[in-house]
Design a protein around this ligand. Structure first.
Ligand code: ZN
Length: 473
């Protein structure tokens, strides 16, 4: 039975979804005003590990992760650069998708805030009419925290003094801890029309709206980085439980710890931010994933070259284990009998598998699970390679397939024939060769290469200084 730590109860709880085998999970995604940094990557990979493990356990998981594409920070950046806010968001949304792809994270639904403005207005209108929210003279709308009796329970802040937020609106809020649902537009800012005036949604309301739209008014898991507990998740909970009159709105609150550099939290204000796109110039995405896997999701993860180096070595070892097993399976003779030693080895393998599941069941103890994965590689190199046996090799291979359902770093080795990376590199090589012909004005050869590639479903597009390609199947 899987146990998860629940931020709301501050206890480990047995995981029991509302409607098994379905599991509905909402995770807070990025505000797209900059490239994805490795702290975000950690949160998204941990959400992915949770989803993958639930799937391995037989649950049917639906994973929603939003994109905040309108926000003060986006407007500020657009003004600084003198470009439109839409241009900012398109740039960083494309980075976000690119990085998720590289990290092998597949999210089912990616709702964008600006595509849900009418849903947001409807939600706020309902809160106003039920007396949970009020319209200020500026046209901004605030949630009246005193109307919700369980405020502070999620973050453990039980003293009103600790609730203060959005100090810039103190003059028009009833209480210093009320927060904005809708922000009236200042001159020159993007806005949408609402019954109470022009403006844009506050940050917290978005997640209440988009999660309920896709997952219903009660769902199983809500997650995010630890820094989102207050005020973001506290506010989401207050809004949603007030509007839907359901409690708990969310059954399990899942929060991922900080990523630290020299023991300090990575943040823009400290100037110690590392972008994923930059680190991937030197580190394979699989290694980055494995490094994140090597720490428990709730503990701080300290960034270090040594940590990445260890992950790189282990990744190499895993790839080696896969190819050794493939070879052993092909070369080994069929087995009609297991001697006593081999029976012992088979039960050793089963013990490793049990250890992996027990560790993951224990609030996703990935470092411990990883020690069992390491144990499996030791089994391959020590026990199996010296005395190949088909039964044991097949069993070990099947276990690696299972573990990789969560790890997500050995897809190419386990499933692939020729891997995609090699195919891409071969196409790039052909494109370069074609360019050489174009440089010497041998257009008949370069056109021939283009049309032959087209016949294979690879279309080339020539730009001024480069040629791009797409596979059209
Ligand atoms: Zn959120």
């Amino acid at each position: 039975m899987l146990r998860l730590y629940n931020t709301l109860s501050k206890r480990y709880e047995e995981f029991q979804p509302l409607n098994p085998p379905q599991v509905k999970m909402y995770f807070c995604g990025p505000t797209v005003y900059d490239y994805m940094h490795i702290g975000h990557a950690r949160a998204y990979v941990c959400a992915d590990i949770l989803k993958r493990y639930l799937r391995l356990r037989g649950y049917d998981v639906i994973h929603v992760q939003n994109i905040t594409d309108i926000d003060d920070k986006i407007i500020k950046k657009a003004n600084e650069l003198g470009i439109s806010w839409e241009a900012i968001t398109e740039e960083y949304i494309s980075d976000y998708f690119d990085m998720l792809n590289k990290l092998n994270i597949k999210v089912h639904i990616h709702p964008r805030v600006t595509y849900h403005i009418s849903d947001i207005i409807e939600f706020i209108s309902d809160l106003i009419s039920r007396g949970y929210a009020y319209i200020a003279p500026s046209g901004s709308v605030y949630f009246e925290v005193d109307k919700y009796e369980d405020y502070g329970a999620l973050s453990g802040r039980l003293n009103r003094e600790e609730w203060r937020q959005e100090e810039e609106y103190l003059s028009e809020k009833k209480k210093p801890y009320d927060f904005a649902l809708w922000k009236a537009a200042k001159p020159g800012e993007p806005y949408w029309e609402a019954p109470w005036g022009r403006g844009r949604p506050g940050w917290h309301i978005e997640c209440s709206v988009m999660s309920s739209k896709y997952l219903g008014t009660q769902f199983d898991i809500h997650g995010g980085g630890q820094d989102l507990i207050f005020p973001h998740h506290e506010n989401e909970r207050a809004q949603s439980e007030s509007r839907f009159a359901t409690r708990p709105w969310v059954r399990y609150w899942f929060h991922v710890g900080y990523l630290t550099i020299k023991k300090e939290k990575m943040s823009k204000s400290l100037g110690n931010v590392i972008f994923v796109k930059d680190i991937l110039n030197n580190v394979k995405p699989e290694v980055l994933r494995l490094w994140i896997f090597s720490a428990h999701y709730r503990t701080p993860l300290e960034f270090s070259d040594e940590g990445l180096e260890n992950a790189k070595n282990l990744y190499g070892r895993l790839i080696n284990a896969v190819s050794t097993l493939k070879k052993l399976i092909v070369e080994a003779k069929p087995t009609y009998y297991l001697n006593d030693d081999e029976v012992k080895l088979l039960s050793k393998l089963n013990g490793i598998r049990e250890g992996f599941y027990e560790s993951m069941d224990d609030d996703l103890n990935t470092p411990k699970a990883l020690s069992y994965i390491y144990e499996l590689t030791r089994f391959v190199f020590r026990d199996l390679e010296s005395k190949p046996d088909q039964v044991l090799a097949l069993r070990a291979y099947q276990m690696l397939l299972e573990f990789n359902e969560v790890l997500g770093i050995l897809d190419k080795q386990l499933y692939g024939g020729i891997n995609e990376e090699i195919i891409s590199k071969l196409i790039e090589l052909i494109v370069t060769i074609r360019q050489r012909f174009r440089d010497i004005k041998d257009y008949s050869t370069s056109d021939w290469i283009r049309s032959e590639l087209m016949r294979l479903g690879i279309r080339l597009m020539d730009y001024k200084d480069s040629t791009k390609w797409v596979i059209e199947l």
